[in-house]
Each structure stands twice: as structure tokens, then as C-alpha cells.
Design a protein around this ligand. Structure first.
Ligand code: NAD
Ligand code: UDP
Length: 320
């Protein structure tokens, strides 16, 4: 039997956060969702607002928070390059001050805190696939640095609070994750390609499309996050969570076009500055320490995501 807990999810109105709220509510837990709606949407959690075990706290994670919970998931931070670069200073503050506030709360309450870190800590990697022991190749002054260095600094803080104050930390390095619940204007590649294909618009391939990513379906990723949170205290991470099957962006575009039976054509756009050439997780540590590995292949995950966007686009004009 699962012991029910009161769980804080910062960034709980975002893509991963709203899906995590639903998963943990379904397990019987009470959820406090903290979000300032920078990239999250009321629509994502509209169905949860009347739930007796769901509380919304509209607040910036950069501000200190006082409440009593048994676990903390720190997901608050815009994750799509277009959104995190729109206000880079706010992005950096969110990562760093958000980490400090969540760690201070975890320390006061003596509860575990999980950090949603990222494969971006590896930057444009020279080691492939990326194991956790690789220190990465990040440009500290480029347009992606507000996110990459913000997340690297947050990891530093997590390990310092662990060593200095004994805080129970769990650091997950999340690789590109997609699925139902993404905002149609999210700006990340899976959302862009599917929405473009469904609307018959040109599919925007950045650069030559030979850069790679490894895409994890949201349900797999959330299983990994929850397993990490509930693992023994010796498992602090950082641990890679992602699907190790790697695709070029050109292959992804072809698959989306085939699955949507779209007549959209590819159009090339400039490759964004510092766009990593390749990315694939080494998930040996997650397999051995958590017994976790992803199950949903890209084809099956894309079908679910396409069905979700199809229903949304049929229902409404794209919400802002
Ligand atoms: P998202 O943009 O959909 O969600 C982020 C949420 O955080 C939004 O609801 C947003 O409003 C909220 N937020 C942003 N700044 C805030 C602030 N200052 N105070 C309070 N709330 C704030 O992104 P996502 O894909 O759901 O990502 C969730 C977390 O997982 C992020 O920390 C992201 O860095 C991390 N992550 C995601 C991926 C992925 O592929 N989805 C990969 C690596 C890491
Ligand atoms: N990309 C693309 N077309 C788009 C959006 C993104 O070709 O419309 C590329 C982008 O240049 C990158 C990859 O897809 O190489 C993944 O981009 P995304 O923004 O999803 O996430 P990233 O892994 O770069 O943070």
C-alpha cells in the first residue's frame, strides 16, 4: 500500500508538471502546485482545480515559500529555448533562486527534494552518448547559457546543501521529453513539427537537420522521476533519464509527416547559435540504481501526441 503524502510540485502547471500532478493525484497523494504561469497554462490544470487534494499556489519560485509538505519536485523553469531566451535574466534567477528556495524549504522540513535538471548541462557534447561523469561543453556566455548555466548552478547548490546541511537530494538530468500536454506554441521540435504538419504549414528544419536528439515519452519520464524520488537516500543522482534511441531532426520530420499523412514540405531555417550537434543519454545508472528504462518507442509516443494535438486544434484556435 502506498503511504499518501503532501507533495509540492513547482512548475506544476507546465507540460511535465501538470502530467506529474495528475499521476501523483491518481496515486492518492495531495498536491500543492506552485506556478507563476510564465510558460504554464491554467488550461493544463483546469480539470484539477476543483479536486479536494489539489491546491494551486500562484507564486514565483524565486520568492521564498513557507508551507508543510513531505516531498518537493522542483520543476519550475521555462524549458523551450524560445521561451527561456525571451527573458534570460528571469530564467537564470528562476533556476538559481528557485533552487535555493526549494532547498531551504526541504532543509527546514527535513524532506527530500528533486531537481529537474537537464541534458543541457552537457552542452554541445564531445563525449557520445553522455554518461553522468561527463562534465560537459557549455558556452557560459551564449544565448543558451541562462538555461544551461542556471541548471548547472542549481546542481551545484543541490550538492552543496547535501554536503553542508545533509539535505536529501535527487537530481534528474532529463533528456528531450515530449507528449500530450505540450503547449502548441511550446516552440520545441516535436510540438512545432506536429502542429505544422497538422495545419499543412511548412515544417521548419533548423540547419541541415542532421543534428540528433533522443526523445523520451512523458509517461516513461514521469515513472523515472517518481522512482528516483522514492529511491533510497544513497541515490542522489545526478542520474540521466531519457530514451537512448537517437534520431536526426530530418528523420523526426519524416516520421511526423508519415504519421500525420501531411502534405507539408520541409523548409530550412538557420541553425540556432550553440545548438548541440548530438545528444543521447547513457542510462546505465538509471537502469542499475532505479531499475528504470523507457518502454515507449517514438512511433507509439508520436501517435499519442498527434492525437492530442489533433483534438486540441479541432476544438479551439491555438491558445496564447
Ligand atoms: P514548461 O515550460 O512546460 O513548464 C515549466 C513550468 O514552470 C511552467 O508551468 C512555468 O509557468 C513554470 N515557471 C517558470 N518559471 C517560474 C517561476 N519563476 N516561478 C514559478 N513557476 C515558474 O516545461 P517542462 O517541459 O514541463 O519542463 C519542466 C522542468 O523539467 C523544467 O525545469 C525543465 O528545465 C525540465 N526539463 C524538461 C525537459 C523536457 O524535455 N520537457 C528536458 C530537460 C529538463
Ligand atoms: N528544431 C528544428 N525545428 C524546429 C524546432 C527545433 O529543427 O522547429 C531543432 C533544433 O535546432 C534542435 C532540435 O530540433 O537541433 C531540438 O530542439 P528543441 O528546441 O526541441 O530542444 P533542444 O534540445 O535544442 O533544447
Amino acid at each position: 500500500m502506498i503511504m499518501t503524502k503532501r507533495i509540492l510540485i513547482s512548475g506544476g502547471a507546465g507540460f511535465l508538471g501538470a502530467n506529474l500532478c495528475r499521476k501523483l493525484l491518481a496515486q492518492g497523494h495531495a498536491i500543492v502546485c506552485l506556478d507563476n504561469f510564465r510558460t504554464g497554462a491554467q488550461r493544463n490544470i483546469a480539470d484539477l482545480l476543483g479536486h479536494p487534494r489539489f491546491t494551486l499556489l500562484q507564486q514565483d519560485v524565486s520568492e521564498p515559500v513557507t508551507l508543510a509538505v513531505d516531498q518537493i519536485y522542483n520543476l519550475a523553469c521555462p524549458a523551450s529555448p524560445v521561451h527561456y531566451q525571451a527573458d534570460p535574466i528571469a530564467t537564470f534567477k528562476t533556476s538559481v533562486l528557485g533552487a535555493i528556495n526549494m532547498l531551504d524549504l526541504a532543509r527546514r522540513l527535513d524532506v527530500p527534494v528533486l531537481q529537474a535538471s537537464t541534458s543541457e548541462v552537457y552542452g554541445d557534447p564531445h563525449i557520445h552518448p553522455q554518461p553522468e561523469g561527463y562534465w560537459g561543453n557549455v558556452n557560459p556566455i551564449g544565448p543558451r547559457a541562462c538555461y544551461d548555466e542556471g541548471k548547472r548552478s542549481a546542481e551545484t547548490l543541490f550538492f552543496d546543501y547535501h554536503r553542508q546541511h545533509g539535505v536529501a537530494i535527487k537530481v534528474a538530468r532529463i533528456f528531450n521529453t515530449y507528449g500530450p500536454g505540450m503547449h502548441p506554441a511550446d516552440g520545441r521540435v516535436v510540438a512545432n513539427f506536429i502542429v505544422q504538419a497538422l495545419q499543412g504549414d511548412a515544417i521548419t528544419l533548423y540547419g541541415d537537420g542532421r543534428q540528433t536528439r533522443s526523445f523520451c515519452y512523458v509517461d516513461d519520464l514521469l515513472d523515472g522521476l517518481v522512482m528516483l524520488m522514492n529511491s533510497g537516500p544513497e541515490v542522489t543522482g545526478p542520474v540521466n533519464l531519457g530514451n537512448p534511441t537517437e534520431f536526426t531532426m530530418r528523420e523526426l520530420a519524416a516520421q511526423v509527416i508519415a504519421l500525420t499523412r501531411s502534405r507539408s514540405r520541409l523548409v530550412q531555417r538557420p541553425l540556432p547559435i550553440d545548438d548541440p550537434r548530438q545528444r543521447r543519454p547513457d542510462i546505465s545508472l538509471a537502469m542499475h540504481s532505479l531499475g528504470w528504462s523507457p518502454r515507449v518507442e517514438l512511433d507509439a509516443g508520436l501517435r499519442q501526441t498527434i492525437a492530442y494535438f489533433e483534438a486540441m486544434l479541432a476544438d479551439t484556435a491555438i491558445p496564447a
